[in-house]
Design a protein around this ligand. Sequence first.
Ligand code: PHE
Length: 538
Amino acid sequence: LHPNGGDRDLTQEILNAVDEHETVPTNELFPHTSQAEIKAALDRLASRQMVEYDTNDKEHVVLTQEGQDIVDEGSHEYKVWDAVHKAGKLSPKDQALSTPSAKLGQGNAIKLKWIKKDGDAFVPLTDSVTDTTREQLRYASEHHAFEDAKLLKDYQKRKLVATQKVITYIARKGPRWAREIPVEVTDLTAEMIADGSWKTATFKPYNFKARGVLGEAGHGGTGALHPLNKVREEFRKIFFNMGFVEMPTARFVDSGFWNFDALFVPQQHPARDLQDTFYVSDPAEAGPPGADESVDVVLAETAEEDDDESDKPTSSDPATRAAETTSKLDYNEYFENVKRVHQDGAFGSIGYRYPYNDAETRRLVLRTHTTAISAYCLHRLAANPRPCRYFSIDRVFRNETVDATHLAEFHQIEGVIADYNLTLGGLQAFLKRFFRNIGVPDLKFKPAYNPYTEPSMEVYAWHEGLGKLVEIGNSGMFRPEMLLAMGLPEDLRCYGFGLSLERPTMIKYGISNIRELLGHKVDIGDIEKMPAVRLDRE
Ligand code: PHE
């Protein structure tokens, strides 16, 4: 088998040519071989220093179809003259003069004094003409350049020629020139060392530029990640580096209480309608709000896992770990507080003042935001109130019409920061820092409304491609009537913010249709090939 795999040995052909001609412009010698093949063969020889080569970039003039027609049949003006000359006298209405090309040629034929108007008809002024256009184009087609370089612009404008970049390799003998590639050894064996043949053997050089074998990934291969999970991992690292602890989000189904009521979303709020939220029909109801022991176990474990990450300030605080497994308020008491805030007003809030329906709190929903988990974790924090930072990145569900940018399920990145006497300015400063960490420099904030935060701000950033500000997240300070009802102290305030995981992923991978990323239309082969990402961290 030849080194280049085919039944033709291009490397040997190049060696023969260099041996014969000293310097060889390869394209002239191998006009029908692709540049890539020639380059691969040259590189094979150059890596062994058998051959050296230079690369020449040149602009070639090539004829367009119209230019080629002129070389084949003569210029437009020539054809007009030819027709008039043959006929002796020709009416402009004659068929030979009514083609589009003849119309183009008439003016020139007159200007060149080849024909003239005689009454209603054209008559020839000469018996022979020199078709300069045709001559110049013929020259260009043979030499890939004009005899007079100044002509190029003009002919390009007339769309008779175009230019093409052509790479020529010029090869010559190298310092370790040989007529053939010697037999090469790829492995150093025990026998070679024993019998000393390694001393004279020719070893095949390493090719450090070779591309690696594409790893198996994406569909159960070596456990590589889906692009969404790759970006998720990047965000997790950023959160960990900023001292955040991950919240346990492994419950897609939650009660209306945690998804809505605890967040001060009134029971008549449109977000709670069937058109916006998926309700579970079997079972349709959760028990009354209470401790979810499985979640508590995860929270405790998550806090322990954090020890592995060396650069997290909060994880070294032993209180961080213990706190989440107990809560200060009995759930009945907390439930009554939430009900009171909604129905009658409490903790400084005048409430919504509507009859609160306990059954609504038990309806099971596919969670519409991960803020349901944040509420749960903040409530657990009340047992041992202290500054802390929580984050989560997981799936949420909304009853949306599916289109290029919306799916009925997507992923939210969410962060919560609790600390004493936080201010809105502090939230803005934090968001600026967070987004700078993912390569988004200048933020703008717009007042917004969330039932659970006041004030609330939408976060905007400049999108270079779209040339406008686009919304990249939502944020706010959790309402006191939400936090106080949990039993958190008055001066402990809390930031919250959220963004979608899909948007940065689509931007990173240049995907414009979300259905190429998630769902049944995804091309698994594409997913497998998508490379790792890196958010542009500072
Ligand atoms: N839950 C909000 C959303 O779904 C995001 C958010 C989280 C806003 C926390 C404020 C505070 O868009």
